[in-house]
Design a binder for this molecule. Structure first.
Ligand code: HEM
Length: 436
């Protein structure tokens, strides 16, 4: 965990140092001190950050380069094609197996194609009633709590909502309490996964138990949906799309269906839940913004976009050079970790004046942003499959809550934790009250 200190204004490139013609490496002693302090990776990346430059460091026998400048981000994720790849040993592999997020090459291409259509603008209209149903559950909870004035954990509400929407969309079933418990165990597994690349692949015992409970639930859900698929193949659940794929592609055996289901579940609820929690935290800190958004729901989109700028749940998007490459004309040897860091890119003072300030009115941007400058959902071919789904579900929930309720925290939100995802530590206790 790291305390949230405003980032120091990054140093300008040293005078006379030409643009970034070579990678500047951090002194090994700086890295050794960081490692000895068992500090989080973000602390080292902050040390490495000089806008416009590529800075490298060596840790654990691996060379890494921080990629935070929009131009470099755009090249690595956007235009770089197959030159910069996801590594085969994805950090989340113990949980998601060969699911789409960790798949590479031709396998990834086929897997993405199978699930692309349900996540287009038109495709997500099929999930609209699920999203609205799940939002009503939370709005009813808040109305009941507003009557009693009881504080509750809003991070839990955010999580319940996003698990409910994705579960309904996957299986066509609303969420029951027992299933929720097993699915929410995913957060313990995600918390146990390494933030950095090259970390251990095993899971500690409690996370392994949560994984076993999750797998048991997944196999039951798959068996149940499979029997319904036989009689009602036109059903809407996303799982049905995977069964359809299994009819023509033998790769979609029970194992891959499970991996893809868990991938959609994890990708589909973790990031949205953490983002919604950050929205609640920021609106509690900025009641004047909350009031403006209550009066003018058109501001909600800006609130979400600005929250994603300050707290992009995918704060680190690692890639690797498969062969000797160049990046912005600079040689980068094969096997180098390229640590794309949207968290730092989103705080680049050359793009975002007063970068630490929460200013939803920055969005929609008046001038087009430089390519690679804003990427809460990633960019390029591996960008988030669920962007539209996520934006829609957050918009529907916040549209139901913000005009009606005010939030007041009863304990401060925890510091940001830079794990696999960027989340606030611990719960976020608050009371809610009706505005009228
Ligand atoms: C606020 C919510 C969300 C955020 C901030 C977010 C962010 C991201 C980011 C940054 C990536 C790219 C990772 C990389 O380049 O290494 C990604 C990939 C992905 N996301 Fe999301 N996501 C969100 C919600 C969702 C939802 C709701 C779903 C599905 C229902 C989803 C499914 C996926 C999948 C399947 C991928 C992998 C795509 C691929 O590799 O081709 N995400 N997401």
């Amino acid at each position: 965990m790291t305390s949230e200190v405003p980032l120091p204004a990054p140093a300008p490139p040293p005078p006379g140092s030409s643009d970034a013609r070579r990678i500047e490496f951090l002194d090994d002693r700086v890295v050794a001190e960081w490692a000895a302090a068992k500090a989080p990776l973000i602390d080292l990346l902050r040390r490495a950050w000089t806008p416009g430059r590529l800075t490298g460091f060596r840790r654990g026998g691996r060379d890494a380069v921080l990629v935070a400048d929009p131009r470099h981000v755009h090249e690595v994720l956007g235009t770089g094609g197959d030159r910069f790849v996801k590594s085969g040993g994805h950090r989340a592999r113990p949980l998601i197996g060969d699911g789409m997020i960790s798949a590479t090459g031709e396998r990834w291409r086929t897997q993405r194609k199978v699930l692309q259509a349900p996540f287009t603008g038109r495709g997500i209209q099929r999930w609209e009633h699920h999203i609205e149903g799940a939002a009503r559950v939370v709005a009813d909870r808040w109305a009941a709590r507003a009557r009693t004035g009881e504080p509750a954990d809003l991070a839990e509400d955010a999580q319940f909502f996003t698990v409910d929407t994705i579960w309904r969309s996957l299986t066509d079933h609303p969420l029951d309490a027992e299933t929720y418990e097993d699915l929410a165990g995913v957060q313990d597994i995600v918390a146990a996964l390494p933030a950095d690349v090259g970390g251990g692949q095993g899971l500690p015992a409690p996370a392994a138990e949560a994984l076993a409970a999750l797998d048991e639930r997944m196999h039951r859900a798959i068996a149940d949906a499979r029997s319904r698929h036989r009689t009602d193949a036109a059903g809407a659940g996303l799982l049905f799309r995977l069964f359809d794929a299994a009819e023509t592609d033998p790769r979609y055996d029970d194992r891959l269906v499970r991996d893809e289901l868990v991938t959609l579940l994890v990708a589909g609820y973790e990031s949205s839940a953490r983002t919604l929690t950050w929205v609640f935290v920021l609106l509690d800190r900025h009641p004047e913004v909350a009031r403006r958004a209550a009066e003018n729901p058109a501001l909600i989109e800006g609130v979400v976009a600005e929250t994603l700028r300050l707290y992009p749940s995918g704060w680190l998007l690692p890639r690797q050079t498969a062969a000797d490459e160049t990046l912005d004309g600079v040689p980068v040897p094969a096997g180098t970790d390229l640590l794309v860091c949207p968290y730092l890119t989103h705080r680049d003072p050359q793009v975002w004046p007063d970068p630490e300030a929460f200013v939803p009115e920055r969005f929609p941007a008046e001038e087009p942003l430089p390519p690679g400058a804003y990427l809460p959902f990633g960019i390029g071919p591996r960008a988030c499959l669920g962007t539209r789904f996520a934006m829609r579900e957050m918009d529907v929930l916040l549209g139901a809550l913000l005009p009606r309720f005010a939030i007041e925290s009863t304990a401060p939100a925890g510091d940001p934790v830079f794990g696999l995802n960027l989340r606030p530590a611990g719960p976020f206790h608050a009371v809610v009250r009706e505005r009228r």
